[in-house]
Design a protein around this ligand. Sequence first.
Ligand code: PLP
Length: 368
Amino acid sequence: MNVPMLDLKKQFAGIKDEVMPAIEKVCQEQACCLGPAVKQFEKNAAQFCNADFAVAVSSGTDAILVSLMAAGIGRGDEVILPSFTFAATTGTVARLGAVPIFADINKRTFNIDPVKIDEKVTSKTKAIIPVHLFGQMADMMPIMDIASRHGLTVIEDAAQSIGASQDGYSSGTVGDYGCFSFYPTKNLGAFGDAGMITTCSSENDSICRMIRNHGQNKQYEYERIGGNFRMDGIQGAVLNVKLRHLKDWQKKRQANARLYDELLKDVEQIKLPFIESGNVSVYNQYTIKAEDRDQLKEFLQNSGIGCAVYYPAPLHKQKCFEYLNCSRESLPITEKVCRQVLSIPVSPELERQQLEYVVEKIRKFYGC
Ligand SMILES: *Cc1c(COP(=O)(O)O)cnc(C)c1O
């Protein structure tokens, strides 16, 4: 049996009749960059995320970059973030000449630990980027508390968590900015690169809009330095269609996760995802901690099961951040977790027999 991590062809087959006319409309109108479909998506997505404003941009990476630029983060400013995340979280900070300061994570949720953030605040700290990893929000209350005590901007990296919530608050609406990615492997995926910033401040909204389009205020009047961070019309059209299905897909992911939780709970060699009380996860990944992780991964892959390690190495040990002199620094939980984690298929397109097959193979590997 084959159990892919993600089956986007199958997803497309189910929505083709809605997607193709939407794309054709953009082609007919030749509204290639931004345009009516993107505008409509901003409205729909803001509503979906319970945000007052949504600014459609070119990628999740650019959503973070634009937010940092809007917050005025620049040379020498320190930004506290996790090392256990995708490169974009940190790369954007570094590109602006600001200094990424890594804080360790909670070993059960994999998200940044507020206590560790507090220890890293200095007079140069300007912002915190909590990442809502694998679909579960970071512990936002204490983070907002630290931010308000020190006057820091909070930029939520919500690339993996559209639709997630914490104590009733939606992902991307707690901090000053929420950054979403619509890369095809995310829970809401475009047909290429796309992203979005949510905010509940009309001032932040207008600044992000300006930066998205070269910092232009009126045509050929540039109020601040921006860039080309616009979303394509076709992506807006595709995302409008897919957004209508997102709640259902999310429920399917959650049901798949519950099934794994049930069928794997007695396997002693693995630790199942831990969802903090008050949190609703949207399971962009179902990530276990496994004994003999590399051997298990190989065994599953040889059995036709897609699985992956997010992330095999922490960012503070990467070559590109050597100049920060943080490679000797110890983030013990981050480093340990990198050796334990394995993400197994949880996508909405999976059939029950496929999930049962994954469970059977995991049990077989551990002989239980
Ligand atoms: C995917 C992702 C990004 C970047 O999004 P892109 O759309 O690929 O640029 C940033 N942060 C995290 C945590 C991600 O998973």
